[in-house]
Every structure is written in structure tokens, then in C-alpha cells.
Design a protein around this ligand. Sequence first.
Ligand code: NZQ
Ligand code: ZN
Length: 396
Amino acid sequence: MKFKYHNPVRLVFSAGALSRLGEFASQYGQRALLVTGGGSVKRNGTFDRALKSLIDAGIPVFACEGVEPNPRITSVKRGAATARENACDLVIALGGGSVMDAAKVIAAAVLYDGDPWDMIIHGQPEPHIPAQALPLITVPTLAATGSEMNCGAVISNEATQEKSFVSTECLYPKVALLDPELTVSVPKDQTAYGVCDLITHITESYFNGTGDTPIQDRFAESVILTAMEYGPKAIANGSDLNARSQVQWAATVALNGWVQSGAGGVGYPVHMIEHTVSAFHDITHAAGLAIINPAWMRFAAKTSTPKFTQFAERIFGLAAKGSGDLDCALAGIDCFEAFLKSIGCPVRFSDLGIDDRLVETYAKETLRIIHDENGLLPARPPMTEADIVGVLRAAL
Ligand code: NZQ
Ligand code: ZN
């Protein structure tokens, strides 16, 4: 595969790195908008420590609090208004993926006079893909999305029941400050969801790629195996800083573009379907992934059998009778689903109280928002509406 790789984010990974926030902030701006979520950072002292570091560096701070999980466009508008009113020239995200994603779109919305929802690709004829944004520093408090070191953001619109993304160069953070100590307070369920999310980022490129990418495959497998080894340790003992560190690094590398480079991935079908279901039910992102991914895998394994057989052998140590051994491929998916269950993830929609009433709508909506020139969901194999419905039904 031909490919280009460029990730301009300056990454600092160290326990205690939060104390350096002011030092980095002062390199990129003079007045900061500090974006946070529903209060975890206030309860565990992270907010006060961030504030102290910024104030010590002489940076006035204006707060945008209360960004919700599955961040809403209304929060983006509120944050952009606060940044404008206070002439902020820097945005700092202190929180999980929801906070980081909202902060990215706020950073671009401050410099855009139109409706920020224009920037989210949701099936409109001409999305406004932003070309400029205020500088952004990400300080993740939850290992999951990889948003800290990539240029994507996922935003929900409650009014229209849509959830979709924007991904463009100007949304790369300037600095990602990764301090695994900030993640020790993440509860067991969110830790497990983070593990599931990061593994799904890897499986999306692994199974939707060209198939002849041995180096990328082994990077991918290494991230999955590491997450499967240390994830359960972080869940069992949240204070295990080594486990937290391994999971956090795994989450970052899982979606900073490196593992995906040259892999020829054509899409993120599990994510695209999950976003639609999430738009209707406001479910936790990775809970949806844990339900949809094994069902999608069983669908895709029929055509991509050798890759799924490789997964079964290398991740779960199963013995295949040749690369076309579909039984082995399916057994590997069973093992994967059992792993997700073992860490506490739901694996059927019924676990979340979601029934079959809207499956056709989810499929139509997914395809309305993203499709290739043939009207299919980009994936290997590309998916028709009936394929998506089939996967959703298998996951009920
Ligand atoms: O809101 P607070 O009070 O901070 O609590 C959060 C929230 O309730 C809590 N939390 C975060 N850090 C904590 C903590 N609780 C205790 N201690 C801490 N240190 O965890 C809950 C979930 O937070 P959230 O940010 O929603 O989780 P996550 O990081 O999984 O982000 C999910 C969002 O990211 C999007 C998802 O669609 C979803 O909207 N994604 C973003 C991607 C990207 N930008 O690259 C890719 C992903 O595939 C994903 O789509
Ligand atoms: Zn994800």
C-alpha cells in the first residue's frame, strides 16, 4: 500500500505530567478555555491541580463545564460562546473522549461564523470541513478513544437524533499530556469500555484492510494482546498504575493513525453502525461496540476467512486447519466475545433493553450518513442495508 503518515501531536507520557500543563499552555496561548465533563475532575482533584498549574503559569482560565458523554452540539455552541466572550486563544480538554471531542469542535467553532453542526458530516450536501482552529491541548482522564492524539471528533445532535464525526488536520491537538495517574479513578465499567473501544479501533482497520500487511498486522495484534493482558488488571485493581499506563498507551496508539498506516482500511463499519444506534438511545459508545463488533465479525468472517483465522490463531492460540478454516475463524470470534463478556461488557442489545423495532431505521440512517459510490457502507465486504440489518438482528 502507498501511504503517508503525519501526526503533528507532541506527546508527553508520564505519571505526574499534569503539573506541566501550564508550561505547555503558555507556549500556545495566553487565555485558556478549560473544557471538562460532568464533574469527575472536580471530585477527584484533577481540576484544581490543572487550574493551579495554569494560574502559576500566568494563564487566565475560563471554564466550559458539563460536557456530557456523547457530547452534544449544544455544548459545543456554549463552549464556543464562552471562548469568544473571553477572547480565549487556547482550548484545553481535561476529560474523556467526549470532552476532548467537544473541545476540538469548540476550537474550530470559535473561528467559524456559521452553525458548528455544519462541520459534522451527517449527510448534508456540503459539510463545512474546518480549515482552522484554536490551538488545543488534550489531557485525557480516561483511556479509550485515542482522541488525545488524533484529529477526529464525534458529536451528537439530540434534536435531530444524529451522531457523527469530523476528521481533519486542523483538529490535531498541539500537545497531548498523558498522565496515567489521572485514570486511576475511572470506575470498572468505564475502564472495561475503554478496553473494548481501543480493541475495536484496532479490529476495524485489521479486518477492513487489504490483508497483505504483515507489519501492521503484528502491531495491531500487539495492541490487542496488551489490552487483553493489562485491561483486566486495571479493572480488577484500578490503582495498578502499571496496568493503567499500559492501557492508556494502548488506547492512544490504537487510533493515532500509526497502526492504520498502509493497512488499506476502507472504513469503520462497526463504529458507523454504533454511532447511529447511539444517536437514538444515547448508549455508551463502547457498550454499543461490544454488542455490534462480534456480530459484524461473524458476518465478515465468511468472506475474510484467512484474516479471521489469523486472529483466532494469534490472539487466542487456536489451531486452524489452513487459512480457510471458517470454524476456527468463528471460534476465535466466540473467544473474543467471551473476553468482552468477562470484563463486564454487554454483548447483546437486549442487555441494554434495546429491541428490534428500529433496526431498519438504524441501517438506513447509517447509510444515509456514510456510503460509497455504490450506496454501500464502506467495509470489507461493503455492506448493503440488508447486511446491516442482518448484523443488528444477530446482535439483538
Ligand atoms: O463527565 P465526567 O464527570 O468527567 O465523567 C466521565 C463520564 O461519565 C467519566 N470519567 C472520565 N474520566 C474519569 C471519569 N470518571 C472517573 N474518573 C476519571 N478519571 O467517564 C464517563 C465517560 O466519559 P466519556 O468521555 O464519554 O468516555 P470516552 O472517553 O469513552 O469517550 C466517548 C466518546 O468519544 C467518542 C464516542 O463516540 C463518544 O462520544 N469517540 C471519539 C473518537 C475520536 N475522537 O477519535 C473515536 C471513538 O471511536 C469514539 O467514537
Ligand atoms: Zn471507538
